[in-house]
Design a protein around this ligand. Sequence first.
Ligand code: ARG
Length: 465
Amino acid sequence: MNQPNSTQYTWAGRFSEPMSDLVKRYTASVDFDKRMWRQDIRGSLAHARMLAKQAIISAEDLADIQRGMAQIVSEIEAGTFEWSLDLEDVHLNIEKHLTALVGDAGKRLHTGRSRNDQVATDIRLYLRDSIDDIQVMLKQFQSALLDLAEREAATPMPGFTHLQVAQPITFGHHLLAWFEMTKRDAERFADVRKRTNRLPLGAAALAGTTYPIDREFVAAELGFEGVCENSLDAVSDRDFAIEFCAAAALLMMHFSRMSEELVLWMNPRFGFVKIADRFCTGSSIMPQKKNPDVPELARGKTGRVYGHLTALLTLMKCQPLAYNKDNQEDKEPLFDAVDTVTDTLRIFADMIPGITARPDNMRDALRQGFATATDLADYLTRKGLPFRDAHEAVGLAVRRAEELGVDLPQLSLTELQTFSPLIGEDIFGVLTVEGSLAARNHIGGTAPEQVRAAIERARGRLSGG
Ligand code: ARG
């Protein structure tokens, strides 16, 4: 009979030759899955408590496992725990060390369990924790955004369509658009959390287990909302991770849009905002430069999160039930998506208070862009002119103003009346930026009064009201 020359593998009994170094390196995941060690231990302890409650292991075994795990936690925290590639992944590393520390009780921990349901549990716990962190950071970002929006609730700036000056809005109103975008992101993550928060443990390798386990107990211990109801599905699907990446991709898409706007606004040709120096860098060759590196990088990092979503969709595609080793590849994309979203949120929450508006430049842009042209058209329509005719009359007026190098309200009344006899003295109130803003006074509109009301509502929502 062939004796394996190494007995360190869990499955050595079945094998006649050791694994090559290349295969070992190719198949190991410990380098990246060790970041789930807390979740792995939390899951193991809940499983062990259940085994003891069901008299599948003894109370002494449970006590030994708890003592050993406490020791392992302190070793990992102290940085003295030795992670070994030979032990493939986080699960085997911890289990082997537990056995070294407490003996047979460590070997009994895996009763009624497989790494297949163990890893699925760990990822779900990890992702749930990550979503909770992300929600906290999203709130911090949003509350910084509301502070800035409040300060700038009445600051006029041009709103754009096609990146051409369109109509006056307030800076606060623009920032509230960002708030709404991220509000939906928060809702999406909360929704992903619900489907993530189900317990796979008990599925064992794929078919369930012969021991009298209590899955509901483990679910409650770990704060899961319930158990995965089919053992094959429990160990095989990673749709919750894909959903997370989809929510992360959308969030990054939003931050890439904010980033793009910050980059434009910081450009001296716009000059709409200043961003505190600590979020910018200089150039090694051009002494005059101040570059908006943080928003640029956020824009760039969006791509990698899109990539992770595609990677996970492709990873899952066509996999037959149940567990396949392919699934080990779910972690790096998922972890990097978590890290990228987390870092981006944190840095944006820091940066928002470092943004200062430059209202004079915003006003100049409004003037140069004939931003109140629509207000003139609406005025003529209110006086009875069909909107299309009003549109044409105002087009001619804008052309005239452009020739003269002035803004619409600077044209004289007689000049304005050449475009329509309906225009009266009251037009000048309409053509001012303040008049234009104040007129859009309905929910969702840009009137400063509405912006302040929207901030109020948003704050209520943030504080859980
Ligand atoms: N490291 C593995 C993973 O991430 C754990 C599960 C291994 N299961 C197995 N049957 N080889 O998926």
